[in-house]
Ligand binder design. Structure first.
Ligand code: ADP
Ligand code: GN1
Ligand code: MG
Length: 359
């Protein structure tokens, strides 16, 4: 990280920011990009910025990611411009000094800068039923804001991102190689996942066949990708826009359910702390429907409950794949991190299944 830190210092000077940089901190909350927060002092005022080195292993065309983000944020900024705290309700891309949305450094790394949204919280697990209701509402609002955005203008930044069949294919390919000999130790997890494969593939198949409408979706609506007002708990801003692409709204309901309704953290080692909280689910979906009910089709409405199970399953498949492949995709803090994450997802599904008739 230190190496990247020094790199950040030199890269920041290429962005169109006034004043003098007084501090840089690292943010380790995301699993994908490398994120820094800087403070700048200018004419007696301090302003903060978020700088990110875009993960090129994950996003093969960072320029296309930035093209999507500029279009989408410009669109949303128009929608929120008359609301209080408008500047906190959408990310703002800070251009480079020569007017580009990213800076390409001498090592071929792509960097971007956003205005830092301050006085907000970002949660890794739910804090109150009210905040969860607000999360659901924010995702509904986000989908509505993009309902008149033409998906054909967007690049597919990760093609087939939520294609369960493709994800199982990646798992099989990793098993075939098994570079660290880890497959032997995860038989139980594999048995469960392969037994559930067909059920897990249905949402993608309904999306691909047109049964589910094709809309512009976020595709990574985990709880810490939403910023909450520190004082009012309102969910102000949906961030992490790298995967905005055409999709079904069920990808987004699914990931908010997966992350918000878990009684424990995504990487909790003590599985007794992991469970599906049905009262959180009711609050979350109540908040979501208060915004989204008006535009959902019957198929979408009926798929919401299943979407939480499916997105939890796809994450179990993806974490397990990365564990077997040798931790090549997600940031990890220790060698078992990905299998720990996979197991929490499987425990969450077990808990959903036990209570399936109660929510
Ligand atoms: P990743 O793709 O690695 O998840 P994110 O874009 O989600 O990266 O950023 C990581 C974390 O940084 C977020 O969870 C959030 O806490 C924080 N963050 C990112 N952008 C901003 C911003 N503009 N203002 C405040 N915090 C931010
Ligand atoms: C990644 O970028 P981040 O940490 O918000 C991943 C999501 C997963 C999530 C699991 C581009 O999200 O798909 O659901 O980790 N993003 C990408 O925590 O793969
Ligand atoms: Mg994120």
């Amino acid at each position: 990280m230190n190496e990247n830190y020094n790199k950040a210092l030199s890269v920041i000077s290429h962005f169109d920011i006034q004043g003098e940089c007084t501090a840089i901190k690292v943010n380790t909350q995301g699993h994908i990009n490398t994120t820094f927060v800087s403070s700048f002092s200018h004419e007696g005022k301090t302003r903060k910025y978020t700088h990110q080195m875009i993960n090129k292993n994950v996003f093969k065309h960072p320029d296309e990611v930035m093209s999507n983000i500029v279009k989408v944020t410009t669109h949303i900024q128009q929608k929120v411009k008359d609301l209080p705290d408008a500047e906190k309700r959408c990310l703002h891309v800070i251009p480079t000094k020569d007017g580009k949305s990213y800076f390409l450094d001498e090592n071929g790394e792509y960097w971007r800068t956003y205005g830092f949204i301050d006085d907000v919280n970002s949660f890794d697990s739910f804090s109150s039923l009210e905040s969860v209701r607000n999360l659901g509402k924010a995702i509904g609002i986000f989908q509505k804001q993009l309902s008149d955005f033409d998906g054909a203008e967007l690049y597919d930044t990760i093609p087939h991102f939520h294609d369960m069949g493709m994800r199982y294919g990646q798992l099989e390919a990793a098993l075939e190689k098994d570079p660290l000999g880890r497959a032997e130790s995860v038989k139980k997890e594999l048995d469960f996942l392969f037994a559930n494969r067909e059920r897990g593939e249905r949402i993608w198949n309904d999306f691909a066949s047109g049964v589910l409408p094709n809309r512009v979706t976020h595709n990574d609506t985990k709880m810490n990708n939403v910023l909450f007002d520190k004082d009012t708990d309102e969910a102000l801003c949906v961030i992490d826009l790298d995967t905005i692409m055409p999709g079904t709204i069920l990808f987004d309901t699914g990931d908010m359910i997966r992350t918000a309704c878990n009684t424990g953290l995504e990487d909790e080692k003590d599985l007794s702390k992991i469970g599906f909280d049905t009262s959180v689910y009711e609050a979350l979906i109540g908040g979501y429907l208060s915004e989204a009910e008006e535009f959902l089709t019957e198929q979408e409405r009926n798929g919401i409950k299943e979407s939480g199970r499916v997105i939890t399953q796809i994450m179990a498949v993806r974490f397990l794949t990365d564990y077997i492949a040798g931790d090549v995709y997600y940031h990890i803090d220790y060698p078992e991190h990905n299998i720990v994450r996979c197991r929490t997802q499987l425990k969450l599904i077990e808990s959903m299944d036990e209570q399936w008739d109660r929510f």
